[in-house]
Design a protein around this ligand. Structure first.
Ligand SMILES: Cc1cc2nc3c(=O)[nH]c(=O)nc-3n(C[C@H](O)[C@H](O)[C@H](O)COP(=O)(O)OP(=O)(O)OC[C@H]3O[C@@H](n4cnc5c(N)ncnc54)[C@H](O)[C@@H]3O)c2cc1C
Length: 507
């Protein structure tokens, strides 16, 4: 198996240390793209293992003390372990799953494994704790460490500088798409691995007691034995992992994608709505953009889709470029342009996560002018968290987030705009938004969490007139206009049905 020259731009040499040709194996430290298929980082590790004639060892680890840690997030990740273990077994790959609990202390497994490795390969996810974890390991180990970008179909390093508006990035996405699609990641089969020697099982003997058993029972025990930052429970009916991600993708393609362009914005329950529900699985790396594209572009086709079917006369436009079906174009615009604009920001500007300081000048001036405008309503974080406001639609959206770990996309925009309107200043609003989103949402702690929140402060948008109190020229949204635009009663009924113990929810 050979890693293509085209994709070598995805590989970042983190510590510029030599590869140890006499090491025991190539170590793949899976920390963000939690899957064994369609994964450039794993493909790079496998191609290096083949070149060095060494076995491969896949290490997947989970600590208890990450920011916003909770049973909700933990269970979702651990369910993914079950699928990864099974897939590793089917492919004949050595897989070492490890989970820290109060009984299984955080030991030095990763560091020790690195000491015996020829090289370590890991995931170059640009947000949350991943960049910090990479630089920590880099400063401690003596062998080469490579971080590989498997974030999307287009290598982030190919995009050039950050884009201040979606239309700017859209043009680059369309230009780079054909060659990136040709070199997309692959579904690995056993025959791809036949030149890679098997790992001697004795190499892992030392870790026998620390290996996570990957059963439903061991997940329950690990959750009981963990100490979390937040007491956010998992959600009945939501399951993490690759199998569930693929099931959801199939359901989206067979039942929903056709209505995506016209129905996606109508507030509705996840079952009634037309969006894919894939964001948690993308966030935790259970599924890759490449395979979603492959399936969606081949929707209802008799022959295999190829980039020569792209409509070059629509290059740079939201409609018409990828497909004759408008819904597919609309979905791919979100999946590629809107998703990558945030990933690119994080990739290029690590300070992005600091918040409002990244907003452009026109917004900085706007914020300065309206920061302390008098607010008609002021709510504490507790009021907001408990959905105790005067606005029934807002309360419903907040309850959806708390009870299901999701929030309908259109309402997510409204939700954020209202928090800006109902808190004493912008910095407080930003702090509440980051915390509530990342604490409750399955897909939180992602580059898109920050671009979504910052979009509500005007990022990637234009000035809107007339100038208003609190918002200045930032786009304004209201629950009343949302109710005029859409029939929201079924959505409110849905929220009531999933929150029966909440009493008088709305007001
Ligand atoms: C205040 C606010 C906070 C947000 N926080 C998050 C977050 O924490 N994590 C997150 O993944 N998204 C976030 N978004 C973006 C968007 O709401 C979600 O990506 C989308 O609702 C996920 O549902 P889906 O998978 O069904 O999306 P679909 O509509 O099916 O879209 C498919 C995929 O495209 C991407 N996508 C869709 N819409 C957007 C968008 N507006 N911006 C960036 N990428 C998009 C996502 O990866 C999504 O899974 C936020 C938006 C706002 C306004």
């Amino acid at each position: 198996m050979k890693f293509s020259d085209y994709n070598s731009i995805r590989v970042r040499d983190v510590n510029r240390v030599a590869i140890h040709a006499d090491g025991e194996y190539v170590l793949y430290w899976m920390q963000a793209y939690r899957r064994l298929q369609y994964n450039h980082a794993l493909e790079f590790a496998l191609s290096e293992a083949e070149r060095l004639k060494k076995p491969i060892l896949i290490y997947e680890g989970l600590r208890m003390d990450y920011p916003w840690s909770s049973e909700r997030i933990h269970q979702f990740i651990l369910e993914g372990y079950l699928d990864n273990k099974q897939e590793a077994k089917e492919l004949g790959l050595a897989y070492l799953p490890y989970v820290e609990t109060s009984k299984v202390s955080r030991n030095k497994i990763l560091f020790e494994l690195s000491q015996k490795a020829c090289m370590v390969v890991t995931d170059d996810f640009p947000a949350f704790i991943t960049p910090i974890q990479i630089s920590k390991l880099s400063s401690r180990i003596q062998c080469a460490l490579f971080a590989v970008d498997s974030n999307g179909i287009i290598p982030l390093a190919n995009y050039g500088d950050v884009a201040g508006a979606a239309r700017i990035l859209r043009f680059r996405v369309h230009k780079l798409f054909p060659s990136s699609y040709i070199h997309k990641s692959i579904k690995i089969s056993k025959s791809d691995l036949k030149k890679i020697p098997a790992l001697n099982p004795e190499s892992l003997n030392k870790y026998r007691d620390s290996i996570f058993p990957c059963t439903e029972k061991s997940i329950r025990e690990a959750l009981q034995d963990s100490r979390f930052e937040s007491s956010v429970p998992s959600v009945k009916g939501i399951r993490g992992g690759r199998k569930e991600a693929l099931r959801i993708l199939d359901e989206f393609i067979s039942k929903k994608v056709n209505d995506y362009a016209t129905q996606r914005s109508i507030p509705s329950s996840p079952e009634e709505g037309s969006s894919s529900l894939l964001s948690p699985y993308l966030h935790f790396g259970n599924i890759s953009i490449d395979e979603i594209l492959e399936k969606v572009l081949n929707y209802k086709r008799k022959s295999i889709w190829a980039p020569d079917l792209l409509n070059e006369s629509s290059r740079g436009k939201r409609e018409g470029y990828f497909h004759e079906n408008d819904s597919i174009n609309s979905f791919l615009d979100e999946l590629l342009t809107w998703r990558d604009i945030g990933y690119l920001f994080f990739f290029k500007k690590p300070e992005f996560r600091k918040g409002l300081s990244v907003l452009p000048n026109w917004l900085q001036e706007n914020l300065k002018k309206h920061n302390r405008d008098k607010r008609e309503y002021l709510y504490s974080k507790k009021d907001l968290e408990k959905a105790k406001t005067h606005d029934e639609l807002w309360n419903a959206a907040q309850l959806e987030l708390v009870h299901t770990g999701r929030m309908h996309n259109y309402l997510r925009m409204l939700w954020a705009k209202k928090i800006i309107e109902w808190t004493k200043d912008y910095a407080t609003a930003y702090e509440y938004l980051e915390d509530l989103n990342n604490k409750y949402a399955y897909d939180g702690r992602d580059p898109n969490s920050y671009t979504g929140i910052l979009w509500s402060f005007g990022l990637f948008d234009r000035p809107w007139y007339p100038e208003r109190n609190v918002f200045g020229t930032i786009r304004y949204m209201s629950s009343d206009s949302t109710k005029k635009k859409f029939k929201v009663k079924p959505y409110l009924e849905y929220i009531k049905s999933i929150t029966p113990g909440e009493g008088n929810l709305f007001g």
